[in-house]
Design a protein around this ligand. Structure first.
Ligand SMILES: C[S@@+](CC[C@H](N)C(=O)[O-])C[C@H]1O[C@@H](n2cnc3c(N)ncnc32)[C@H](O)[C@@H]1O
Length: 388
């Protein structure tokens, strides 16, 4: 097993200080020592699973990359000149200058970004730091405000001098023609990073794309996934919710083939781009991947009996009908392994009930605390089908 950061190494009294603790709605657990927070998350998960009568492994393990300063992307709102997160007690944005959740590079980007005076009443921004340090911002405003921003020119010029800029729900890129700004189609750049063993893999996507929140914590996730896929060497993998390929690459290191199932076109374009840009030592992995686009919560036309391992990282709503074809198969036809990752334990518990009915048993269960100081956490579990 790789050398994970076990949460046992954290000081039991460690508390993270935040000047906004009383007001900010972003973190719910700042008052609790960090170790105590993780014990609380473990207890909550245990209660959920026990309540659903899911047989449990001997223990739930916990991993963490740190109690603070982990995030490499942030989503802040703008309201009447204030830039930050919503208050605990009312629907009003709290102006936030420093945030203990942010990596030092992201904090420094936020500090510079805050120099801009926004002439709009409301909007939202995502700031990112790429694995190689590049700054990015996604600006989401009402259409009329986007037009004003393009016409005003100075703010965009100032921003583009220090960061890559994306605008609106369609993630368009403002391009200066010499006389005016025009919006062009989304571009794929390296905003995130996956891993094959100790080799980093650049993931191409947009600033606005879904990614995990932290480069550091994501290395832990990739290590867990790779170590579990090793238990099924040379396997044929089917992946639900591949997105831009964050779990695809650690899984590919051991798998013979992988079918990446995903609904989002732009994410799949990013995955294709990443596969085409692999470093020479990993270029052979490209031939192991097939991409399959569709809404797999509704219907999957693939036959699960063609696979040895199912890898799932669904949205909040869980797998829904994706698991239906599994029920139709006899025990030996079902893939032997199932890896499930989720940041929404309620829908995951629902799916684990179905998997239990299909004779899968949890072998290993981890809480990966990539949202310290908040009530959120990532769950990773490895299940194995009973022998026929
Ligand atoms: C939690 S994200 C995981 C992405 C990726 N595994 C990662 O670590 O970045 C869930 C993914 O499921 C995809 N998704 C959501 N609904 C889907 C559906 N109905 N069918 C297929 N994929 C879906 C989303 O577009 C998203 O990429």
């Amino acid at each position: 097993m790789p050398n994970f950061h076990d949460f046992e190494t954290f000081d039991k009294d460690l508390k993270v200080k935040c000047p906004y603790a009383q007001d900010c709605g972003g973190c719910q657990l700042l008052e609790r020592p960090y170790k105590d927070q993780i014990e609380g998350k473990k207890a909550e998960l245990l209660q959920l699973l026990k309540g659903a009568n899911i047989p449990l492994p001997a223990d739930i393990k916990a991993l963490s990359a740190g109690a603070s300063h982990l995030r490499d992307r942030l989503d802040f709102s703008l309201q009447d000149g204030r830039l930050g997160l919503y208050r605990k007690d009312r629907h009003e944005v709290l102006d936030i200058e420093v945030c203990a959740q942010l990596s030092p590079e992201l904090q420094s980007w936020l500090t510079d970004f805050r120099q801009i005076q926004w002439p709009f009443k409301k909007g939202s921004f995502r700031l990112r730091i790429a694995p190689h340090g590049r700054r990015g911002v996604w600006i989401d405003l009402a259409n009329i405000d986007i037009k004003t921003l393009l016409d005003e020119q100075n703010i965009l010029k100032k921003l583009q001098a220090q960061a890559f800029v994306e605008i609106g729900q369609r993630r368009k890129v403002p391009v200066w023609t010499g006389a005016e700004f025009k919006l062009r189609d989304p571009e794929h750049h390296t905003w995130f990073q996956s891993w094959v063993g100790e080799v980093p893999v650049d993931l191409y996507c947009q600033v606005a794309s879904f990614t995990q929140p932290s480069h550091k914590a994501n290395k832990l996730i990739c290590d867990v996934i790779a170590s579990w896929v090793q238990k099924a060497p040379s396997s044929r993998v089917i992946e639900f919710g591949s997105g831009i390929g964050n779990l695809t690459f650690p899984a590919l290191s051991e798998a013979d083939s992988l079918l990446a199932c995903e609904i989002d076109d732009l994410s799949l374009q990013g995955l294709e781009h990443s596969l085409n840009q692999l470093p020479p030592s990993l270029a052979h992995l490209k031939n192991r991947v097939q991409i399959y686009r569709g809404d797999f919560q509704k219907k999957l036309t693939q036959d699960f009996s063609d696979f040895d391992l199912i890898l799932a990282n669904p949205p909040r709503s869980g797998l829904m009908n994706f698991l239906n074809p599994l029920k139709e198969l006899s025990l030996p036809q079902r893939p032997e392994f199932f890896i499930y990752m989720s940041c929404f334990p309620e829908s995951m518990t629902r799916d684990l009930v179905t998997l239990n009915e299909c004779d899968y048993q949890i072998q290993e269960l981890y809480i990966l605390d990539q949202f310290p100081q908040t009530s959120h956490y990532e769950v990773l579990t490895l299940l194995q089908r009973k022998k026929a």
